[in-house]
Design a protein around this ligand. Structure first.
Ligand code: PMP
Length: 361
């Protein structure tokens, strides 16, 4: 008898990460995974290295020092922070804890692909609410709530659209959901946003028992390789996550690097300043040549191409790759006419603008 995989698992389309290499010689401009062009803080790299003599030791399974450092940044109790191997792991753990076969997991149409994957992996049904103008639509989300809805994921701001809904809409969503639905505010790109009407959801977690906020060290802190993320939870949710997570799910050197990254606020500010300079610059170049750069508050741009096969997103992807530039195709996100382009290092951004101009001419 052959192995019987659980029903629904083979319906999952595996996550395909952004391309990271090209055949042939020469540098590659990687603009496919929203990584920080500044890399990690030198202090974080040093802290990581300093623990390389301790690789035979188990890390602190309670992640006490890291949780304490994180909690101070949002004025919260460290006991309400749970760390994970990337925020991906926390999204998966939350889904495992709060949804199962027969349940529904709600998310916004062009939301992060891990949400439906997490839902399907526990036997729940992912339900995508349509968006308006590539923006999370609170009314559509609320209209898709059923008695079987257990979790609602919202990326604020959202990847890959780059849009955000703001504090008032986020609160309206929370208030419109039944108390029995867990609202997960995925704020992976929070540090890039400085709009006065933006909230990463911290205030909602402090006020309600059914809201969690997740964050990552992979973006502005430039520590994607270390797989480090965290969630700010109500007490009962933190307790649940601590029961089901792996006993040592965050590696010691990664935690040391995370603590140093939090302390190096100047490095994060530099990464933000780089983004503030080059995001509008690339956006303007893209719009000047007749393509559409959707408004973004993140470290990437969603660029829309015409339907004309000669000027399509697929053709642009091939053209950019011929210039050794790697964007991200968006078919898997239901946006086949778009490419997502990370605000990478300055030469990459300039090479990309030039390549797109050459492509449309
Ligand atoms: N949420 C969103 C919206 C993301 O774009 C990403 C990374 N692509 C993540 C979560 C996961 O980040 P990580 O697992 O590296 O913390």
């Amino acid at each position: 008898m052959s192995l019987a995989v659980r029903p629904g698992i083979l319906d999952i389309a595996a996550y395909v990460p952004g391309e990271h290499a090209l055949p042939g010689e020469g540098p590659v401009y990687k603009m496919s995974s929203n990584e920080s062009p500044l890399g990690a803080s030198p202090a974080a790299i040093e802290a990581y290295r300093a623990l390389c003599d301790e690789l035979h030791r188990y890390p602190d399974g309670g992640a006490t020092a890291l949780r304490t450092a994180i909690a101070a940044t949002i004025d919260a109790d460290p006991g309400l922070i749970v760390c994970g191997a990337g925020s991906d792991e926390l999204l998966q753990l939350l889904t495992r804890a709060y949804a199962g076969p027969g349940d529904e997991v709600l998310y916004s149409q062009h939301g992060f692909l891990v949400y439906p994957i997490a839902a399907q992996s526990v036997g729940a049904t992912p339900v995508a609410a349509p968006e308006k103008n590539l923006k999370t639509d609170v009314d559509a989300l609320l209209a898709h709530v059923t008695p079987r809805t257990k979790i609602c994921f919202v990326a604020e701001p959202n990847n890959p659209t780059g849009s955000y809904i703001g504090a008032a809409e986020l609160k309206r969503l929370r208030d419109g959901l039944p108390e029995s639905v867990l609202l997960v505010v995925d704020a992976a790109y929070a540090e890039y946003v400085d709009r006065p009407d933006y909230s990463d959801g911290t205030d909602l977690v402090k006020a309600h028992d059914n809201v969690v906020m997740s964050r990552t060290f992979s973006k502005i802190h430039g520590l994607a390789a270390l797989r480090l993320g965290w969630a700010f939870c109500p007490p009962a949710v933190a307790d649940v996550l601590n029961r089901i997570r792996g006993p040592f799910n965050t590696p010691g050197p990664a935690m040391a690097a995370g603590i140093a990254a939090i302390a190096d606020t100047a490095h994060a500010a530099k990464a933000k300043a780089h983004n503030d300079r080059w995001l509008p610059w690339l956006s303007a170049r893209v719009n000047e040549i007749g393509l559409k750069a959707h408004p973004s508050v993140c470290n990437f741009l969603l660029v829309q191409f015409p339907k004309d096969p000669k000027l399509s997103a697929d053709a642009a992807n091939d053209f950019l790759k011929s210039r050794r530039i790697l964007p991200r195709k968006m078919g898997a996100y239901g946006l086949p006419d778009c490419l997502r382009i990370t605000i990478a290092e300055e030469p990459a951004v300039k090479a990309c603008a030039q390549a797109l101009a050459d492509f449309v001419n």
